[in-house]
Write a protein that binds this ligand. Structure first.
Ligand code: HEC
Ligand code: HEC
Length: 257
């Protein structure tokens, strides 16, 4: 009976929350989750409230899927980045960056403007938990010279410029590392070029110390082009690497959200 009541109340809550998707929705969702676990421990039907919660967030992220594709898998061509399976802490940080103006995209910032941290964390968790296969990479020509330059920066960095290897932080397989470092494979070349360019110009910022800002500014434009092309033609696959006890070679903000 407790579970039935909680479920009906949550449904009513969810139905009444269609318009303000912000703070109010966040607290509705967290109380739903609280009710779900309490009810689940006292009845034989413990899975129902949790299922309601999942459908609920699944509905709330519909607006995101228009651009980011079904389950956040990205669309076949174009610029929109994949969200599915990225480390939850990374996604959470990006949502806060858009909301708080450290990343610029008018529509996304508008959508997120009134959302609380709790709600953004829930959205991040939703997309991080989506496991969908990657499409094959788009073939793009890369000269031998550029391939060697790219591989050298990715695997070894450049000590003379105090540039750590990308793989030292993004993991040897470049699939990212829990909880807050993203993988770099399976992203469109244009998106990668734009992100590194945005860090150079100060349009994209992370928490201080913004290690990626320093790295992007140390790279030459033709190195950015070579690395972005190289990354975009690798075959992605594996999950992000587990959290490491070893600190990153230079400090980055936001690694323990
Ligand atoms: C109108 C299209 C559009 C909609 C709708 C949209 N996004 Fe985005 N999103 C983008 C674009 C474009 C970017 C890349 C922006 C940039 O260049 O930094 C992006 C970037 C992101 C990123 C960063 C990805 C990364 O790898 O760093 C996250 C996370 C994200 N969006 C989540 C969401 C969520 C959650 C919603 C729904 C609340 C949403 N987006 C709705 C277009 C959209
Ligand atoms: C010292 C650790 C470190 C190194 C070395 C590093 N990165 Fe990063 N990178 C990060 C972190 C942390 C983030 C997440 C930043 C944020 O939260 O906004 C990131 C994010 C990125 C992103 C954004 C991905 C997206 O989905 O929007 C790109 C692109 C990127 N790095 C490229 C590179 C490349 C290319 C190299 C090597 C030349 C490199 N990184 C080296 C730590 C590192």
């Amino acid at each position: 009976m407790t579970a039935g009541t909680a479920t009906a109340a949550d449904r009513a809550d969810a139905a009444g929350q269609v318009k303000p998707v912000g703070r109010a929705a966040a607290s509705a969702s967290s109380s739903a989750s609280g009710a779900g676990s309490t009810a689940g421990s006292t009845t034989s039907d413990g899975s129902r409230p949790l299922r309601v919660l999942r459908n609920d967030i699944g509905e709330r992220v519909q607006a995101c899927l228009l651009c980011h594709g079904e389950q956040g898998r990205a669309t076949p061509d174009g610029y929109f980045p994949r969200l599915a399976g990225k480390p939850a802490g990374y996604l959470f940080n990006q949502l806060r960056h858009f909301r708080d103006g450290r990343r610029a995209h008018a529509l996304m910032s508008g959508l997120l403007r009134h959302m609380s941290d709790d709600y953004l964390r829930e959205i991040a968790g939703y997309f991080a938990a989506q496991s969908v296969p990657y499409p094959p990479p788009v073939a793009t020509a890369l000269s031998d010279t550029d391939r060697q330059r790219a591989e050298s920066l990715v695997r070894r960095g450049d000590a003379a410029r105090r540039l750590p290897a990308c793989a030292e932080c993004h993991s040897a397989a470049m699939t990212g590392r829990q909880p807050a470092i993203p993988g770099l494979l399976g992203l469109p070349r244009d998106y990668l070029v734009a992100q590194l360019g945005a860090w150079r110009s100060g349009q994209r910022r992370s928490y201080v110390p913004d290690c990626m800002g320093d790295i992007a500014r140390a790279l030459q434009p033709d190195e950015i082009a070579a690395v972005a092309t190289w990354l975009s033609i690798q075959t992605p696959g594996a999950e992000p690497a587990p959290q490491s006890a070893t600190p990153t070679p230079v400090a980055c903000g936001g690694l323990a959200p």
